[in-house]
Design a protein around this ligand. Structure first.
Ligand code: UD1
Ligand code: UDP
Length: 371
């Protein structure tokens, strides 16, 4: 079985790590294709170094562009590699343009596609990721759903149950594999002069927030209210997209927000684990805070991570300043005793085991191949 792992952005590198580690452990024939949708060192290389990942065999150097530019360039580059290498299965993770391009290029060449983190839906079709998720799920052969809820969603869309496997989310594996290391190695709290629970942590990068002046302004005002109420700093490792838009809209960043460059995984994990509360519009950060039992306020009107709301680890606040303050006060009163809904930290192992069973077992039992 020859496995191709396609990735391109920060969250994909982080969430594919357990799958890559398991491929190595099982001594599988595998290689990585990086589209380079993310290319800045602190969104890309830093994670390969810290998480000790093998270098990609192919790097398409696609970079930034419009949706069509990014996806189109990726499709052309990925098809060439698929034709040359002929992998048995392509694995993609999540919902970025890289994921859609990887799945689409492979399925058209009749190469099996495995979608890690299948079955998530925000039901907000203006979100580019929602389109990427739906299309990727519907052209995949193996749908690795993180939860039973994701499985139910896939079944309700008519996807055959034979293709769906509930494995947990690989982010649990990544958090568990790195938390101790983060505590030991990260110096970020000292560097920023922070102590446990004496600061808030913020991430915001979704186009629906940062590309819209009114929403971005509402979020910044909400954070100002929080700073004035608690007199605690808000640490914001700012995504380049958000930085660009704050400058473009000439918005003033309130004094309580401390902007820093995006940080590596160990530093971010350490910042998350010790924050009083996290405010975010990130998918991965909603999951990680839920796993770490740190209260989260999501700066969106919807989420595809509904499990985090159901266990009361997260609340939706949108981009309205008063609602952001109210939601933060509510979450700070929340007992941190919820259960992690995203699995036991062995998703990577389960995914690879499923593929090995399928490919090796069926190869020796040809009658099963079309089942
Ligand atoms: C992408 C994904 C999003 C994911 C996010 C993770 C899509 C549609 N979006 O959003 O789902 O949550 O990555 O962070 O696939 N830029 C840099 N350096 C980089 C990459 C980007 O400066 O390494 C800047 C460029 O100005 C670029 C902008 O960020 O135009 C947006 O980059 P892009 O990859 O298109 O989308 P993201 O917002 O990063
Ligand atoms: N993250 C990081 N450094 C940062 C900000 C985030 O390592 O400065 C990690 C975070 O731990 C999470 C992932 O990046 O695992 C989330 O990525 P992002 O928010 O960019 O994308 P999304 O999850 O929304 O697709």
């Amino acid at each position: 079985m020859k496995v191709l792992i396609i990735l391109g952005t920060r969250p994909e590198i982080i969430k594919m790590t357990p799958v890559i580690r398991e491929c190595r452990r099982q001594k599988l024939d595998f290689f990585i294709l990086h589209t380079n949708q993310h290319y800045s060192k602190n969104l890309d290389k830093i994670f390969f170094e810290e998480l000790e990942l093998p270098q990609p065999k192919y790097n398409l150097r696609v970079g930034s562009g419009s949706h069509a530019e990014e996806t189109g360039k990726m499709l052309i580059g990925i098809e060439k590699v698929l034709t040359k290498e002929g992998p048995d299965v392509v694995l993609v993770e999540g919902d970025t343009n890289t994921v859609l391009a990887g799945a689409l290029a492979a399925v058209k060449l009749h190469i099996k596609v495995g979608h890690v983190e299948a079955g998530l839906r925000s039901y907000f079709r203006k979100m580019p990721e929602e389109i990427n998720r739906i299309l990727t799920d519907h052209c995949s052969d193996f749908l690795f759903a993180p939860t039973k809820k994701a499985r139910e969603i896939l079944l309700s869309e008519g996807i055959s149950e034979k293709k769906i496997f509930v494995t947990g989310n690989t982010i649990v594996d990544t958090v568990y594999q790195n938390l101790k290391l983060a505590r030991k190695k990260s110096k970020i709290l000292d560097r920023l002069n922070l102590k446990k629970e004496n600061y808030f942590l913020l991430t915001a990068h979704r186009p629906e927030n940062v590309d819209k002046k009114e929403r971005l302004k509402g979020i910044l005002e909400g954070l100002d209210l929080i700073y004035k109420k608690f007199n605690l700093l808000i640490i914001y490792p700012i995504h380049p997209r958000a930085k660009k838009m704050i400058n473009k809209f000439k918005l003033k960043v309130p004094e309580g927000i401390r902007l820093i460059e995006p940080v590596g995984y160990l530093d971010f994990l350490q910042l998350e684990a010790n924050a009083k509360l996290v405010l975010t519009d990130s998918g991965g950060v909603q999951e990680e805070t839920c796993i770490l039992k740190v209260p989260c306020v999501t700066l969106r009107d919807n989420t595809e991570r509904a499990e985090t709301l159901e266990v009361n680890g997260n609340v939706l606040a949108g981009a309205n300043s008063q609602k952001i303050l109210k939601s933060s006060l509510k979450m700070l009163k929340q007992k941190r005793n919820w259960k992690n809904p995203f699995g036991d930290g062995r998703a990577g192992e389960k995914i690879i085991k499923i593929l090995i069973n399928k490919f090796f077992y069926e190869a020796s039992h040809p009658k099963l191949q079309n089942r």
